[in-house]
Design a protein around this ligand. Structure first.
Ligand code: FAD
Length: 506
């Protein structure tokens, strides 16, 4: 997957059956869906694939135990089904994760045991493992640093886990292999219309500055929290759809939370769920739910959000994690679908919403990562319907393998055999190699130091200080691969260092 080739393909194509705006989970899912139905497909992403919310999730492929407590059975059932499909279709990017809910009284024991057994039952044949009750001793064996005070026992249940931005890259590569044209750093800036119907999209290449226009039979707006900005490009008096809500995560060393099991606190002081989840040899703590007015691509954590997570984690465990122990803090904005003005964002629906405008623009938003495939299917179904493209095949993504790990490993081994220096680590404490960097540039369209350190490997999210230390070596290798001058490399290092400061807690 090479950006220059993709750009040339976008310029050459007379008209696309489907143009998708937004390269997060939803848009990439739609690109794969459309391409595998035989549509000529173009996806444009204004930054890098997954740079928005889709790289900033809690990394859970889940039905959403919380939504069960809210009585939203339909949403949970659908998400559990999608969880099952994703774990089967992307086995190298997903895994089964055991969770333990600690209980402190007999009522909690009955309530959560029954609830979580029902949760597992709902997944039917796609169950990831049986839910069962643990006594106090067993709970401590599963969660060695749990605070034993007043602890009665725990409930063990299973959900899925994944690497979100790696899945974005895998979706992009798979869609490209099926014939889709995908362009990162390409912004949709306007629509071309004939008699009120969208017939094309104006684009701006964010790297080369070039303006281009593509013709489109159907257009899908899959822009997450930017949904309303794109709707404004279509019609400036539309109803606002998205109510953004911020969630932060703190990443800490597993010394504070050893073991393989995750901790799930079903009800924090503000009624939210709090997780401590082992991930990539670190532990992710999160999250929060803070309504925000401003939509930024790099949202910042609030002091009270950080304190909230630290206070709760330290209360439920015997650990004392301080701000200085946090190795990275990452923040995302949920594209929640707007309800009435007074509803708290924690209560807003996690279901997705699909809107077709009079211009035939199909907008899909809300939902969650876990349900991206279903969202994509719904979006493409509607796009093909309104644009009267009846000759396209039905959706096949339920059983479509995603990613090409075997091919990637094979290719990297060949390069290393020819050039053993490529096996060297980029940072002594982390396993990422130079070969992975070269692979990301040549095959996954990594265009900047940030693309690689934040999203192709996750070093910025795992250990922001280590990522800063690695940036100069990454910039040098990338400059050679991308035929860029030394000045590009030093500018990249400066830009990356500036960004990384947001991921470091002073
Ligand atoms: C804190 C937090 C934790 C979460 N945890 C989980 C979890 O554990 N499991 C789960 O299933 N879900 C989780 N979610 C939800 C999930 O991450 C989101 O629902 C999902 O990532 C949304 O994907 P998207 O593609 O709709 O939006 P995005 O990922 O934001 O993608 C939209 C893209 O559109 C691009 N764009 C915008 N305007 C334009 C334009 N004009 N031209 C070109 N491109 C444009 C943006 O740059 C962006 O990359 C979480 C969300 C948050 C915030």
């Amino acid at each position: 997957m090479n950006r220059s080739t993709m750009l040339a393909a976008a310029l050459q194509q007379q008209e696309f059956d489907v143009v998708i705006i937004g390269g997060g989970a939803t848009g990439l899912g739609a690109a794969l869906d459309a391409a595998t139905r035989g549509c000529s497909t173009l996806l444009v992403e204004q930054f890098d694939f997954g740079k928005g919310t889709s790289s900033r999730s809690t990394k859970l492929v889940h039905g959403g135990v919380r939504y069960l407590a809210q009585g939203n059975i339909k949403l949970v059932r659908e998400a559990l089904r999608e969880r099952g499909f994703l774990l089967k279709n992307a086995p190298t990017l997903t895994s089964t994760q055991p969770f333990v809910v600690p209980v402190f009284g007999w009522w909690e024991k009955i309530y959560y045991t029954l609830g979580l057994m029902f949760y597992d039952l709902m997944s039917g044949k796609l169950s990831l493992g049986k839910t069962h009750y643990l006594n106090k001793k067993q709970t401590i064996q599963h969660l060695p640093t749990i605070n034993p005070r007043k602890l009665k026992g725990g409930i063990l249940y299973y959900d899925g886990q994944f690497n979100d931005s790696a899945l974005c890259a895998a979706l992009a590569v798979t869609a490209a292999a099926k014939g889709a044209v995908l362009l990162n750093y390409t912004k949709a800036t306007g629509f071309i219309k004939e008699k009120g119907i969208i017939t094309g999209v104006q684009l701006e290449d964010q790297l080369g500055g070039r303006q281009l226009t593509v013709k489109a039979k159907a257009v899908i707006n899959a822009t997450g929290v930017f949904t309303d900005a794109v709707l404004n490009m279509d019609e400036d008096s539309h109803d606002v759809i998205v109510a953004p809500s911020q969630g932060i995560h703190l990443v800490i060393d597993p010394v504070f939370f050893p073991g393989k099991d995750a901790l799930m606190i079903p009800k924090t002081d503000d009624g939210r769920v709090l997780f401590a989840v082992p991930w990539q040899n670190k532990v992710v703590l999160g999250t929060t739910d803070t309504p925000v007015d401003t939509i930024e691509i790099e949202p910042r954590p609030l002091g009270e959000e950080i304190e909230f997570i630290l206070e709760h984690f330290n209360r439920y465990t015997s650990a004392t994690v301080r701000r200085s122990d946090v190795q990275s803090v990452f923040v995302g904005l949920r594209p929640l679908v707007r309800a009435n003005e007074n509803a708290s964002t924690a209560l807003l629906s996690r279901d997705h919403t699909l809107v077709v405008a009079p211009s035939r623009l199909v907008t899909i938003t809300g939902g969650k990562w876990t349900t991206y495939r279903k969202m994509a299917e719904d979006a493409v179904n509607n796009a093909l319907f309104v644009s009267k493209q009846k000759d396209k095949s039905p959706c096949i993504t339920r059983e479509l393998p995603i990613g090409n790990d075997a091919e990637k490993q094979c290719m990297m081994q060949e390069w290393i055999a020819a050039q053993p220096a490529l096996a060297a680590r980029l940072h002594p404490a982390y396993p990422f190699t130079r070969a992975e960097l070269v692979y990301a540039v040549r095959n996954e369209m990594a265009m900047t130091v940030e693309d690689f350190l934040a999203r192709r490997i996750r070093l910025l999210f795992l250990d922001a200080r280590a990522a800063v230390a690695t940036a100069p070596a990454v910039a040098e290798i990338m400059a050679a691969e991308l035929h860029q001058p030394d000045s590009w490399a030093s500018e990249q290092v400066n830009l990356f260092n500036e960004l990384a400061q947001q991921y470091i807690l002073a």
